[in-house]
Each structure stands twice: as C-alpha cells, then as structure tokens.
Design a protein around this ligand. Sequence first.
Ligand SMILES: [Zn+2]
Length: 357
Amino acid sequence: MESAGLSSVGATMPFDDVIGQARAVGFLQRALTTERVAHAYLFTGPAGVGKRVAALAFAQALNCEVRQRSGDSRRLTAAADGCGECRACRNIANGQHPDVQMIEPDGTTVKIEQIRTLEADAALVPYEGLWKVFILDKAERMMEPAANALLKTLEEPAKDTVFVLLTSAVAALLPTIVSRCQVVTFSPLPHGQIEALLRAQGMEAAQARLIASLSRGSIERALSPEVASLPAMRDLLLEGLRQGFQDGPAALIELAEKLAKDRETLQQQLELLSAWFRDLMVAKASGRREWLVNDDRGDAVARQADGLPMDAILDGLHMVHAAMDNMTRNANPRLVMEDLLLRLRDKLSFDLLPVSA
Ligand SMILES: [Zn+2]
C-alpha cells in the first residue's frame, strides 16, 4: 500500500515543513525525481529561513524506505519527498540515522578534526540507507585548515555521498569550496507570509502583524519567545521614553544606560522604535490604519501623529536609523543611546508619546 501511504500523508511530508522556499525546494525535488543528485550542495540565506529543515527533508527523501520500495531499486521517481513516517525518516528527524550526520561548530569554529572524522566516515559505504548525507551547519565557521581538508573530500567524492553545507555568510567561505557545490539560495520570507503563518497558529491579528514586521524575514525568529515578548517590550520602552522626556536629561541618560546594557535587546529596542516612527509617518501621510505595523496601538499612533509635524517624525526616524547604523559599526552603545534620546527629546515634546490610552 505504498502508493496509498504516499498520498495520504501528503500534508505532513518533510518538505512541507520548509515554508516559503518554493524555488529552493523545487530545485532539490527536481534533483530527486531526475536522479541527478549532486555530491555537494551549499544552502545560502539568512538564519532561520529553513535551510536546516530543508537539508533534513532532503536527507529523508534520499533515504526514505517508502520511496525506496516504490521504485525499481534506485529509480526513485515515485515521490520527490520522504514519507516522514518510516523508520529511516523518523530516525533522520531525530538525529539517529547512522548515515545522516549533522556537523556543527565545536565551540566557535569547525575544527579540522571534525572534518577528518567526517572524511573517514564518508569513505565508507552507507550503513543502512542508500545515501550518506553530511550536513555541515554554519559552514562559514570552518577555519582554513578545516576548509582545505573538506575541499579535498569534495574534489574526490565518494559514491552515494552527499554533502550539504549551510551558511548565512557565503562570502566567508573559500571560493574553491563554493565552486564545488550546487548553490541553493534561501530567501528571507515576506512579512505577509510570516504574518499568515502566525495567524494560522492562532495568534491575534495585530500581534501577528507586529511580530512579522520584526522577524527580519525569519520564521525561527518570529516563533522565538523573545520576539513574542516584543509588544510588551515596546510598551515599556515608549512609556520609559515618555517619562524620560518629562523628567529631563538626567532621566534620559539613566534610561540610555539601562537600554545599552545588552547589545541584542538594544537592537530590538531600536527596531521597535524604528517601526513606531515608521507608523507615525504612515499615519501622518495616509491616515490608513490598516497599513500600520503597530496596529494594536493604532489609537496612540494616530494621536501622536496628529500632534507632530511630518518634519519632526522624519527627523526622529532618521535619528533612530543613524543610531542603528552606529551600532553596526561597533560604536559605544551607551553613548549612541544617550545621543539618540537627548536629540529625540529636542525634537518631540514629552506629552506626545503616551502609548496606552
Ligand atoms: Zn520515509
């Protein structure tokens, strides 16, 4: 009943878990159905857009027992996806298949010993599957000796072996390695797609829109607990600003110091502020509430936009963007924030930023 099995599990097949990457998935599925599987692939694209999920789905399709039975020995044209349910598919998903290995940096770098182990393993025939699949995550973290060792392996590929290198920083890889691989590009997802996904998971519309717009096109990021806490963080930030504008420079300097403590949250705070000013601009220019990112705070946005001239809004937006730029150039976070908050206070009057009614 293999064919019945293949069609009935359609909704849960492994490649279905790769969201919004139709081009990349189509490319891999064509390799499967035409039996032109390359020895090495390089999946490039930002973090959290599905490269790892796609690599595992590819490994599942290559070794799926249902696919193997459905074709003549190796003519696996019946489906371009694993079933997700056979022993091989489940073991691969759980990281327990002897022929599918995920290699990650040991500490901050991929060490040459890791590549040597992989090299020795790649020389052996598959243990129980059809293909040995080596997935090398964060491939850009290979130091040169490790990269050169891998290059040698890629130049003399063992039969039935597939390497899948994953990277969000393709420029950091040796060009000789890139040229040995079929490059498969993964894109940041459009915000609308992430919003729809969050809505499908039961998230409330306004929250889904805000989180999608702060996701940087990454589903992983959109679903992370830290991003779920962003609306609350935004309200706290705006309330802190309002209070600081009211209490004067000393209070703002104190707030700047508090915000600057953690670089990662600081970037989020700046993104929240940028989205807020962007909304003020949209509200001022169009009055269209349905275009707001901070839809859940639409009344506050409208009220503030009413009270501010467009010039001040644009200046504010530029200041926030300049601060973000300075942060990427490794400027001192405390000084950047002090400067930003004091200058915002000069531009906007304190009573114009109350968030909750
Ligand atoms: Zn399977």
